[in-house]
Design a protein around this ligand. Structure first.
Ligand code: SAH
Length: 396
């Protein structure tokens, strides 16, 4: 049976020819045939040339997400097995992922699987389906993951807000096995407790792994402020690296309770740590008035910019926390500052931080550009995949 056919408007085929995986509603001229949400459609340019195969999503502004640009490809169970196995085998061979048992196995668009996320935490795989196409192939994706990784516990955590844009209801369900309590992972020299059911994302910020590891070089003997600490990731690594003291600051009490438990999991002394449940904007100002000083400050806030309309306000938010934090850093100290807002491009972020330094009257050298870890790759055709950016700065 032939597939339903999507025809693009004239002149709207350039991004697909560059293998960008999204077709927006405005580019679609016509659907010939009938397609239910998630059904595979053949996408043609206005002149009729076949450009590839994708998943139809009638509720979404992204009307088609491409599965393949290869002529003659069949989108079936075997296709998903090949794609998942390829993604997993790349992680297993990744030289930067050898000292951990927690990693992103499948990173959506960047692994040729739009809307599919799978993270491994030791013996547990947490899967997230975020698009109509991913939902349509749910059984095939579960089978492919089970065939590709030697894990016994599978949780589906399809509860992200973005599902609503695809017309999908949330779903959280144990697919196989039972979650250990607590679930502990290993990352370099440190053990972390991860809450896959209630925690952010699939439970942990795996994307910050390489940046947490910088604590090994920076945190020895240092006074460290971990601002927006969540479950304490950077701070625990800093303590393990010999930090003199660590402040773990977050607005979430449950996240800080978990940060506290991380100390026991790592046999770390509690007297070196202060857990502060507060709004960072206010706390940083108070610390400034009290003339507190730190040698290393980490700023890893939540996404301040979720859409173009929030860009100005978000930019002000980033500038404000950076300005406040800079005043707390002892001369010769370090600032690790991040933005996970996709809308804030690296150059803009650098400008925001530079403006903050100017206002704070501090001299700032960018020593390294920081990004998400390599298990969150960015395929060249999908630059939107680069969302986490950061700067490691020496502050004088
Ligand atoms: N650095 C962490 C991840 C941080 S996620 C890691 O590596 O694991 C962002 C955190 O910011 C969340 O834990 C959230 O609770 C916290 N947060 C959000 N708004 C805040 C605010 N205004 N003040 C303090 N914390 C805030």
């Amino acid at each position: 049976m032939s597939l339903p056919q999507v025809f693009l408007r004239a002149g709207r085929d350039a991004s697909l020819r560059r293998r960008h995986p999204w077709v927006f509603t405005g580019a679609v001229a016509e659907l010939r045939g009938r397609a239910a949400p998630g059904d595979t459609v053949a996408v043609h340019c206005a002149k009729g040339e076949l450009l590839g195969l994708g998943a139809w999503s009638p509720a979404s502004q992204i009307r088609v997400r491409m599965w393949s640009f290869e002529a003659g490809e069949h989108i079936d169970e075997d296709f998903f097995l090949r794609r998942v196995m390829h993604a997993v085998s790349q992680r297993l061979a990744d030289p930067w992922l050898q000292d951990t048992n927690a990693r992103r196995l499948v990173n959506g668009e960047s692994d040729g699987l739009p809307g599919v996320i799978a993270d491994q935490y030791d013996n547990v795989v947490v899967m997230q389906l975020l698009s109509a196409g991913a939902e349509r192939w749910r059984d095939a994706l579960i089978a492919a993951l089970r065939a590709s990784v030697a894990c016994e516990v599978f949780l589906e955590r399809s509860d992200s807000d973005v599902r609503a844009k695809e017309g999908l209801a949330p779903r959280v369900v144990m697919v196989a096995g039972e979650l250990p309590a607590p679930l502990l992972i290993r990352e370099g020299p440190v053990r972390y407790e991860v809450d896959c059911q209630e925690g952010h994302k699939t439970g942990f910020y795996l994307d910050q792994r390489d940046n947490r590891a910088l604590m090994d070089q920076l945190a020895g003997e240092a006074r460290v402020l971990n601002c927006f600490a969540y479950t304490g990731g950077f701070g625990v690594r800093a303590l393990a690296a010999g930090a003199q003291s660590v402040v773990q600051l977050d607005a979430s009490a449950p996240a800080l309770a978990c940060a506290q438990r991380q100390l026991e999991h790592n046999a770390l002394a509690a007297q070196r740590v202060e857990h502060v449940c507060a709004n960072a904007f206010g706390w940083l100002r108070e610390a400034r008035q009290q003339r507190r000083r730190f040698d290393v400050v980490i700023l890893d806030p939540p996404k301040f910019v979720a859409g173009a309309a929030q860009l100005r306000r978000g930019t002000r938010g980033y500038k404000d926390i950076n300005l406040q934090a800079l005043d707390l850093i002892a001369p010769g100290g370090w600032l690790l500052t991040f933005s996970c807002s996709g809308q804030v491009e690296p150059r803009l972020f650098q400008k925001i931080v530079a403006d903050a330094a100017l206002d704070a009257g501090r001299e700032l050298s960018i020593v390294r550009w920081l990004h998400q870890s390599g298990d969150h790759p960015v395929t060249a055709a999908f630059p939107e995949g680069l969302y986490l950016k950061g700067l490691l700065c020496r502050v004088n």
